[in-house]
Design a protein around this ligand. Structure first.
Ligand code: ATP
Ligand code: ATP
Ligand code: MG
Ligand code: MG
Length: 875
């Protein structure tokens, strides 16, 4: 077996609209291609032994053990690998269920598709599944050590890739609210919402966290001063820079016990509390000053009580947790070292921040904390006796948290909310030391030790004891208060031909509404009239450039087959999904071999429209019209023929449509006809002479109308959008030269040739074609281009692209000529492989009043050749 290619899908896709995270592994079964699992001796038994939990897979039989029955009766290896890849992920703690396996048109080569939670782990699971099955085939088993390593590696990949625990809770809440999110490429920032409505977070900092507030919170001394001035109880303390100031400082704060900590520390690093004598104080000073970036050290009175964290979001107290430092409880038998080991065996304890709790570590700090309590690691504690391993209660050093949200005294709530306002933070964690949180701080001598920006959520979401609190909800309530928009309208367009033209036209219509329009096309990414990036930008990466742009108010996205197949769509739903047409092009590429399969690819766009949006479908194209059955949204049809039965039927039921009637582009809604404009006033239709452009214009108008754009804006848009070489290079660019015309068009498939032919046939003079075709198309497609050329033109020059896309030079031209002669044995033609030479010859040779139609590889080169002659004839 050999893995030929692995693709990672991240959005709605060919295999599933709903399951976005899929691995597609193109697998050559080689020697196992013709072997069913029941024909491989010992395979079933081996698989059950290595992976007994696969019993849970129902598979098509719909019952427990269903998949294993299929293995026993005989199924093909691709299908087994799909199930094994799923099961491996499952065993590594990543719940997945969806899978599909289909043979490609190459015998023995399969596409194995399965769900993932983490991309890297998903790809790993695919490779491991192949390895595991190969081993069972060859040896009847898979070594236990290998298997365990695979699961451990999968767990690692998952742990390394996952978001931090606080970020993850916010992202989960966003998903529950159907708020789209995406990772930005720097600083682990997450974007919620699209375009102009986006908001960001980074851990628990948000778009609203002000720099003044964050910096103030990071300055413990400054924070205390501000709070003290406002009458808030804070520890009595002072800041020193040198050891020889320490003695006076201790006196200033009222003598022992004291606390020494770095001025600008966090996570409890460098802090010593409850210092009772000079020797401890000196050591604590060294520890703190080494941790402090500023070398400055805080000396504070030590306050009795336990540590509490109060979380305040958007001015409101959300949760309170009491934190207890890392500790172990004696059992009368075990040493402290053994107790630590036992405590760390709790599956809830992980490394660093990646689990609910953190493992307790044995280090210099813990040993010295033990010493101060009179213990060593070898001490055996009595039943119930507690030994602390840390002074401070941070979860990240092994502490635990108990929810106390319902216990806090109302006066303390008032103080907490006031404190956060004084600092100016949107999301803040207040550290309070008090013997009793249920009593007012003032009454029991509690103090506010500090205020944290970017507080961790872990202790509130998953407290060791008490009620878990949904603290992510108020964050999203703050970022997106009820009734505020999260998304921008997304208009996605696909089809075999006319995508770029229709995308540009649609964007131009939206421009008339005064909104900032971001759009992607084969030529580049644009925002309003400006180019963001040149080149073929019709995939999900380009779409997300627009969706991430904070200025964009409307996204119009050309969505091509390549990107859909490669990684799926960039958005989980859109407002308008336009499918222009499905014609034979690109067949045989990416395992899409039939036009029906291609229709399924394009249908992804229509099926991704949200239920209250519209799929805009071409009623004249049966493959497109048939997509109506699969969409979840409302439907609007367009047609060149108002009598098209689909249109008639649809409007009879009150539906919406756009048609070409009596020379007008019109919207039909129920019984009413709303005329937008006469085609003679729509430059893109070349005065109505280019029928396919009328179809594109109908689609653009309908898309905008269905999305609520004013009819006036639509009219204004189609009147002012012209097919000039500047606005839409390569799309029906007509040039007038001294005694003839030249047309440059990008048509490169049979449907495109026919479309242009529809215009050319309306031409009265000689029709000369300069034709070619892309080398990566099938022979029969190129032959068909030849046939069509013979039908359309009086005289033909056959040329080739500079890039032959893998074919021998001359091969494409031969195939085109072959088709041409099949259609018209006496066709007038000449083969000139070089494109420039071919164009020049065509322009030289055409008769007066004639039309030279050029289908170039390089549109800009063709246009500049023509312009050179225009300049000549001008002078
Ligand atoms: P974190 O990052 O967890 O907020 P930190 O490094 O910023 O910690 P502080 O919050 O200043 O440090 O102190 C850590 C803990 O030490 C406090 O939560 C509190 O339990 C204890 N502590 C600090 N100062 C005092 C004090 N003056 N009296 C009693 N306990 C104190
Ligand atoms: P690509 O797949 O190269 O991105 P596209 O779908 O974006 O193509 P356009 O660039 O808009 O299509 O148009 C390319 C050519 O396709 C046009 O110049 C024209 O020849 C032809 N074409 C445009 N619209 C249609 C249509 N509705 N039906 C058939 N052919 C069309
Ligand atoms: Mg703190
Ligand atoms: Mg295009």
């Amino acid at each position: 077996m050999k893995i030929l290619k692995t693709q990672t899908l991240r959005g709605p896709n060919y295999w599933s609209i709903r399951r976005h995270k899929l691995i597609v592994m193109r697998l050559d079964l080689e020697d196992l291609a013709d072997k069913s699992s029941n024909e491989i001796p010992g395979f079933y038994e081996g698989l059950v032994k290595v992976l007994p939990t696969i019993e849970e897979h129902f598979c098509s039989l719909g019952r427990r053990g269903g998949f294993l029955e299929r293995v026993q009766q005989g199924t093909y290896m691709g299908h087994i690998i799909e199930h094994v890849a799923l099961e491996l992920q499952e065993l590594a703690g990543m719940p997945v269920g969806f899978g599909r396996t289909r043979e490609t048109s190459t015998p023995g080569v399969y596409n194995v598709v399965f769900e993932y939670v983490d991309e890297q782990a998903g790809r790993y699971a695919g490779r491991a599944a192949v390895r595991l099955c190969r081993s069972i085939v060859d040896t009847g088993t898979y070594p236990k050590a290998e298997f365990e390593q695979d699961i451990a590696d999968l767990k690692d990949l998952r742990a390394n890739a996952s978001l931090g625990p606080s970020t993850e809770t916010i992202v989960k809440e966003a998903e529950a609210r159907k708020i789209p999110w995406m990772m930005l490429s720097a600083r682990a920032m997450v974007q919620f919402g699209y375009g102009i409505h986006q908001k960001r977070i980074q851990a628990t900092l948000s778009s609203y966290s002000g720099i003044l507030a964050v910096e103030l919170a990071c300055d413990k001394e400054g924070t205390k001063t501000i709070l003290q001035d406002a009458g808030i109880p804070v520890p009595c303390g002072t800041v020193i820079q040198y050891l020889d100031e320490l003695e006076d400082a201790i006196e200033d704060v009222g003598g022992y016990p004291i606390v020494i900590k770095p001025l600008d520390g966090n996570h409890g690093r460098g802090i010593t509390i409850n210092i009772k004598n000079w020797q401890e104080a000196e050591a604590a000073y060294d520890l703190a000053s080494a941790e402090a970036k500023s070398r400055s050290v805080i000396v504070e009175r030590f306050y009795q009580g336990s540590d509490h964290r109060i979380l305040v979001i958007n001015g409101k107290l959300i949760a309170v947790a009491e934190r207890i430092p890392a500790h172990v409880v004696g059992d009368g038998r075990s040493t402290i070292e053994e107790l630590i080991e036992q405590t760390n065996r709790d599956p809830n304890r992980g490394e660093g921040h990646d689990n609910v709790l953190t493992k307790i570590t044995i280090d210099r700090t813990s040993i010295s904390v033990l010493e101060r309590q009179g213990y060593t690691l070898k001490t055996v504690l009595r039943q119930g006796e507690i030994a602390y391993l840390r002074d401070t209660a941070n979860l990240s050093t092994g502490g635990i948290a108990i929810d106390r949200t319902d216990d806090i005294h109302p006066e303390n709530i008032w103080i907490a909310e006031r404190v956060v306002k004084l600092i100016g933070l949107d999301i803040a964690g207040i550290d309070v030391v008090t013997p009793d949180i249920t009593k007012p701080l003032r009454e029991v001598g509690g103090v506010i030790v500090e205020v944290n920006a970017a507080p961790g959520f872990r202790m509130h979401v998953a407290p060791s004891r008490g009620l878990p609190r949904n603290v992510a909800a108020p964050v999203l309530d703050m970022l997106f208060p009820k009734g505020t928009p999260v998304r921008i309208p997304i208009i996605a367009l696909t089809g075999t031909n006319g995508k770029t033209t229709t995308t540009r036209l649609t964007a131009h219509i939206y421009r008339q509404t005064g909104k900032v329009v971001g759009y992607t096309t084969t030529d580049g990414i644009y925002i309003n009239d400006y180019l963001v990036q040149k080149g073929d930008n019709t995939g999900p990466q380009s779409a997300s450039v627009i969706l991430k742009d904070p200025t964009v108010e409307v996204a119009v996205l050309e969505t091509a087959r390549g990107g859909i197949l490669r990684s799926g769509l960039a958005f989980e739903s859109c407002d308008i999904g336009v499918v222009l047409n499905v014609a034979a092009d690109h067949l045989g590429i990416g395992d899409i071999d039939t036009i029906e399969q291609m229709a399924k690819v394009k249908s992804v766009v229509a099926e991704t429209v949200s239920p209250d949006g519209y799929a805009v479908l071409n009623a004249d194209d049966p493959l497109v019209a048939a997509m109506a059955e699969r969409v979840k949204s409302k439907i609007a049809y367009f047609s060149m023929n108002p009598d098209n039965p689909i249109i008639q039927n649809h409007i009879r039921r009150g539906g919406m449509a756009a048609v070409y009637e009596n020379g007008y582009l019109s919207i039909l809604e129920g019984e009413w006809t709303l005329r937008i404009e006469e085609v003679v006033n729509v430059p893109v239709t070349m005065g109505g002479m280019a029928p396919f452009m009328i179809a594109n214009a109908l689609a653009a108008c309908l898309a905008a109308f269905a999305n609520g754009v004013d009819i006036e804006a639509i009219r204004q848009g189609i009147r002012t959008f012209s097919p000039s070489a500047n606005q839409t290079p390569g799309r029906m660019n007509l040039f007038k030269l001294s005694s003839f015309h030249a047309l440059v068009d990008y048509a490169h498939n049979p449907a495109g040739y026919e479309a242009v032919g529809g215009f050319v046939r309306n031409w009265s003079g000689e029709k000369l074609g300069v034709v070619g075709g892309p080398g990566d198309r099938r022979d029969e497609d190129l032959i068909l281009l030849g046939k069509l050329s013979a039908q359309i033109f009086d005289c033909i020059i056959v040329k080739e692209d500079d890039d032959t896309r893998g074919r021998e030079r001359g091969e494409v031209a031969d195939l085109i000529v072959k088709g041409m002669l099949q259609e018209k044995p006496d066709a007038r033609y000449q083969t000139i492989l070089d494109e420039t030479e071919a164009i020049e010859t065509g322009l030289d040779r055409v008769e007066n009043g004639g039309l030279v139609v050029i289908f170039p590889e390089s549109v800009s080169r063709a246009i500049s050749l023509i312009k050179k002659r225009q300049n000549h004839s001008d002078s």
